[in-house]
Design a protein around this ligand. Structure first.
Ligand code: UDP
Length: 502
C-alpha cells in the first residue's frame, strides 16, 4: 500500500446542531475538504420542527457533499416556551443520538473521521463505539474555545454570579474578558443553559483534536495560551489546528434587486446592515435604527426583520420572520421608505450576504458579530460597527474593537438599553467617513493576512493538509488491515468496508 499516494476519495462524517450558524460552517469546511483534499462528506443535521431544509436547497452543494436530516426528536418533555436557544439546541442534539447512532453505523464506506461542532460532543461515545476518530470544529474564535474549556475550573473557583464580579475573568495567559462581554450562558448560573455550557467545557477536551475557524495571525496570544500554558494544556492536551478563515456564500443569487442596486452606488459608499440569521430588534430599537441610518445620510441596504425581540427566529433559519416578509413597512417610521428612496434599500429578511460584502460599493458593515458574518467581513476588508446580540457575540465584538482594531461599538451594550438615533448616526459616520480610515486600513491588512493563511502554503492551508493527511493515512491503514484480515480468511470481502475503520 502506497501511503504517499492515498485514496483520493475517503469519507468524512459531520454532525451539525440545529441552526444555520452551525450548519453553514460545516458545509464550508466540507467544500474545502473536497476541493483541496478530495474528501466526500455526509453531514448529519439534527433537525428541529422548523428545519433548515429550505435554506439547504439554496446552497447548491456539490454531489460530494450529502446532507442527511435526522428525524426531529420529540423534545416536548424537556422544553417549555421559556427554554433558551442554547438549551434547546443542546436537548435536540442529545435526543437525536439514537437516530445518529443508526445513521452513522449505516454509512458505507465508513468515514475516516467524525467532525462535530461544539454542541456535538454527545456523539463522542458513538464515534468511540464505532472506532471513528472524533474531531471538533469550532466555528468561532480560539478565545471562545479557551473560555469554554476553562469554564469548569471557573465554576469551581468562583462563587456567585459572574456578572456581579468587579474584576474581569482571567483565563491563564489569555486576554482578560470583561464580565459584560461574557457569553450568554454565563449570565445566569441558575439557568439550565449554563449547565449545558459547563457540559460543553467538560466534553470538548475529550475530542481527538480541535480545529478552529480562525488563523495563527488573528489570535496569536490565545492560540499560544491554548498550546503552551501549562494549566490549559493540562485541561486540554490535544492538538489544536486553526484552519480559517473558511467562509462560504449562502448560495443565493435570487435577490438580484439588491445586487443591481449596489452596482449603482459609488465605491465604498454603502453601509450594509444585517444582524445575522436570527437577530431581531425591539420595536423601539428598530425605530431608532431607522432614524439613525436616515440621519447619517449614508447609503445602506438594511436586512429588516419584524421586531419580535426574541431569538426564536434563530430556529427558523432567518427566512421566515413570522409574516414571510410582507408588511415590514408597518414597523418602520412613517415616511421612512419614501424619504430614503434612492439612498437606502430595505431588504426583507435575508440578503445574499457574502455577495453583498464582496461588492466594491460596500464600505462598512453593521453586524451582530456572529463569527461567520465577522469572517465574511474580514475576507472582504470591510470595517464594522459591532452590535452584539446573543451567544458569544459580545466577546467577538470586544476582540474586533480592542484586539484587532477593525470595529467600533456602542458604549453600553445594545442589549441592555435602547441605543438612540444620534449614537447610531455617529457610529455610522465614524466607520464611513474620514475617521474610519485607520480602521479601514487595518481591516485590509486583516483581509490580506486571512487570505495568506488559507492560500497555498499558508498556516491554515498547512494545518488542514496536515489533518487531511492524518485521516487519509488512518483510512489506508484501516483498509490495509481489513485487506490482511480478508486474506487470512477472517472476514469476507463484502464486509471490508464495514471494518475499514476499526
Ligand atoms: N446570512 C445571509 N443573509 C442574511 C443573514 C445572514 O447570507 O440576510 C448568512 C451570513 O452570511 C452568515 C450566516 O448567515 O454566513 C450567519 O452566521 P453568523 O455566524 O454570522 O450568525 P448567526 O446567524 O449564527 O447568529
Amino acid at each position: 500500500m502506497d501511503l504517499a499516494n492515498p485514496n483520493p476519495n475517503p469519507q468524512v462524517a459531520l454532525f451539525a446542531s440545529p441552526g444555520m450558524g452551525h450548519l453553514i460552517p460545516l458545509v464550508a469546511l466540507s467544500e474545502r475538504l473536497f476541493s483541496l483534499h478530495g474528501f466526500h462528506s455526509t453531514i448529519f443535521v439534527a433537525s428541529t420542527e422548523a428545519s433548515t431544509t429550505t435554506v439547504l436547497h439554496s446552497l447548491h452543494l456539490p454531489s460530494a457533499i450529502r446532507i442527511v436530516h435526522l428525524s426531529p426528536p420529540d423534545i416536548s418533555a424537556f422544553v417549555t416556551a421559556q427554554t433558551a436557544v442554547v438549551s434547546r439546541v443542546s436537548i435536540t442534539v442529545r435526543e437525536s443520538m439514537p437516530a445518529f447512532r443508526d445513521a452513522l453505523a449505516a454509512m458505507s464506506p465508513k468515514p475516516s473521521v467524525l467532525i462535530v461542532e461544539m454542541f456535538g460532543t454527545y456523539t463522542f461515545p458513538i464515534a468511540e463505539e464505532q472506532g471513528i476518530p472524533k474531531y471538533v470544529y469550532i466555528p468561532t474564535t480560539a478565545a471562545f474555545l479557551a473560555l469554554t474549556v476553562y469554564l469548569p475550573t471557573l465554576h469551581k473557583e468562583i462563587e456567585g454570579e459572574y456578572v456581579d464580579m468587579q474584576e474581569p475573568i482571567y483565563i491563564p495567559s489569555c486576554r482578560p474578558i470583561r464580565v459584560e462581554d461574557l457569553v450568554d450562558p454565563m449570565m445566569d448560573r441558575k439557568d439550565d443553559q449554563y449547565e449545558n455550557y459547563v457540559y460543553m467545557g467538560n466534553t470538548l477536551p475529550l475530542a481527538d483534536a480541535i480545529m478552529i475557524n480562525t488563523w495563527e495571525d488573528l489570535e496569536p496570544t490565545t492560540l499560544r495560551a491554548i498550546r503552551e500554558d501549562p494549566l490549559l494544556r493540562r485541561i486540554m492536551p490535544l492538538p489544536v489546528y486553526p484552519v480559517g478563515p473558511i467562509v462560504r456564500s449562502s448560495g443565493e443569487k435570487s435577490r438580484a434587486e439588491c445586487m443591481a442596486w449596489l452596482d449603482e452606488q459609488p465605491m465604498e459608499s454603502v453601509i450594509y446592515v444585517s444582524l445575522g440569521s436570527g437577530g431581531t430588534l425591539s420595536e423601539e430599537q428598530l425605530t431608532e435604527f431607522a432614524f439613525g441610518l436616515e440621519l447619517s445620510g449614508k447609503r445602506f441596504p438594511w436586512v429588516v426583520r419584524p421586531p419580535t425581540g426574541k431569538d426564536g427566529a434563530f430556529f427558523k433559519a432567518g427566512r421566515d420572520g413570522g409574516d414571510g416578509g410582507d408588511g415590514l413597512s408597518r414597523y418602520l417610521p412613517d415616511g421612512f421608505l419614501t424619504r430614503t428612496r434612492g439612498v437606502g434599500l430595505v431588504v426583507p429578511l435575508w440578503a445574499p450576504q457574502l455577495e453583498v460584502l464582496s461588492h466594491p460599493s460596500i464600505g462598512g458593515f453593521l453586524s451582530h458579530c456572529g463569527w461567520n458574518s465577522t469572517l465574511e467581513s474580514m475576507v472582504n476588508g470591510v470595517p464594522m460597527i459591532a452590535w452584539p446580540l446573543y451567544s458569544e457575540q459580545k466577546m467577538n465584538a470586544a476582540i474586533l474593537e480592542e484586539e484587532v482594531g477593525v470595529a467600533v461599538r456602542t458604549k453600553e451594550l445594545p442589549t441592555k438599553r435602547v441605543v438612540g438615533r444620534e449614537e447610531i448616526e455617529k457610529l455610522v459616520r465614524l466607520v464611513m467617513e474620514k475617521e474610519g480610515e485607520a480602521m479601514r486600513r487595518r481591516m485590509k491588512e486583516v483581509k490580506e493576512s486571512g487570505l495568506r493563511a488559507v492560500g497555498d502554503g499558508g498556516s491554515s492551508w498547512d494545518w488542514l493538509s496536515h489533518v487531511a493527511q492524518q485521516w487519509k493515512i488512518g483510512y489506508l491503514h484501516a483498509k490495509e488491515k481489513a485487506g490482511k484480515r480478508r486474506q487470512e480468511g477472517e472476514i469476507d470481502a463484502t464486509r471490508e468496508l464495514v471494518v475499514m475503520n476499526c
